[in-house]
Design a protein around this ligand. Structure first.
Ligand code: ZN
Length: 294
């Protein structure tokens, strides 16, 4: 496995996690936006970046840049109209500007400026035939083009998650787009390839086609095994992490067998206070299991 990582809350980053990540044998530590701080706030580092690429207050001047709902009404709530060339030009320029800030720190050359979280997509006459995944891929292509003017080696993820979990069918990925698979709707108490678990069957059904379309090069898993915030419905107070060691071991082998080169998990809610209350055993075990992968 080329990359073994964890995505933690940015306010948990510090001496404790630098030391722990080393003891876990991680090679990647990602910072997740802070809950309760709006994404627009500069203190929040938000990977769902559409609000930065297409500001909501541009709606009055350019309503045609924004998505149309099922009733034919344009709305600036979430995502844009990917059939609107002007909107795409704007997004590409904004992505370039963001990359100017980020490129000096992005030695991996891997970028993720994702479409809106839980986002709806455009249903205008031109977009209607395009699935959410096709629409997202059009956006990622233009975003990558903007980023590459700053960082010619840049790559960008296609986030397969919620309504973009299916592979795109009308648009083919260009060079530099890699798969990031985040099965948020899975049941974490059962192995992902457990055919008796309906939720997990639904999450894994698109995987074969996703890997055919995007290939395995650079492909990354973004899992929820260690996401204590998710286990408690993203509401404080969190208790002890329900750690399903057997599931983690079987899932990790499953992902390795499918050719993923990078495995990461959210680790939101795991920090020094957690270790004091409940210990570090799951974190260290997570690191050990990933290290054993081929
Ligand atoms: Zn449209």
């Amino acid at each position: 496995m080329k990359r073994r990582g964890m995505l933690i809350w940015s306010f948990d980053f510090g001496e404790y996690w630098i030391d722990l990540a080393a003891r876990m044998g991680l090679t990647v530590l990602g910072l997740h936006p802070i809950p309760d701080i709006p994404a627009e706030d500069p203190r929040s580092l938000e990977v769902h970046a559409m609000h930065l690429l297409l500001p909501r207050d541009g709606f009055r001047e350019h309503p045609d840049w924004y998505r149309m709902d099922e009733c034919g009404v344009r709305s600036n709530d979430l995502n844009c109209c990917p059939s609107c060339g002007e909107a795409l030009d704007h997004i590409e320029r904004k992505a370039e500007a963001l990359a100017e800030q980020l490129a000096p720190y992005t030695t991996s050359h891997r970028y993720s400026f994702w479409t809106s979280d839980s986002g709806k997509f455009c249903r205008c006459e031109k977009c209607r035939e395009l699935s959410p995944s096709d629409q997202a891929l059009i956006l990622y292509h233009r975003i990558l083009r903007g980023i590459r003017r700053v960082d010619p080696q840049a790559t960008h993820s296609f986030l397969a998650y919620q309504n973009t979990l299916q592979a795109p069918r009308k648009i083919r990925p260009e060079e530099g787009i890699f798969l990031e698979y985040a099965p948020i709707d899975r049941d974490s108490a059962f192995a992902l390839d457990d055919s008796s678990c309906w939720k997990n069957v639904c999450q894994t059904a698109p995987l074969r086609e996703l890997l055919e379309v995007f290939g395995t090069k650079d492909a990354q898993v973004l899992e929820y095994w260690m996401d204590n915030s998710r286990f408690y419905g993203w509401r404080h107070p969190f208790g002890e992490l329900p750690f399903y060691q057997g599931v983690l071991r079987r899932d990790a082998a499953f992902y390795a067998s499918r050719g993923f080169e990078s495995v990461t998990s959210f680790g939101c809610g795991l920090n020094a206070a957690y270790a004091r209350d409940y210990g570090e055993a799951p974190m260290l075990e997570y690191g050990r299991i990933l290290k054993e992968l081929p």
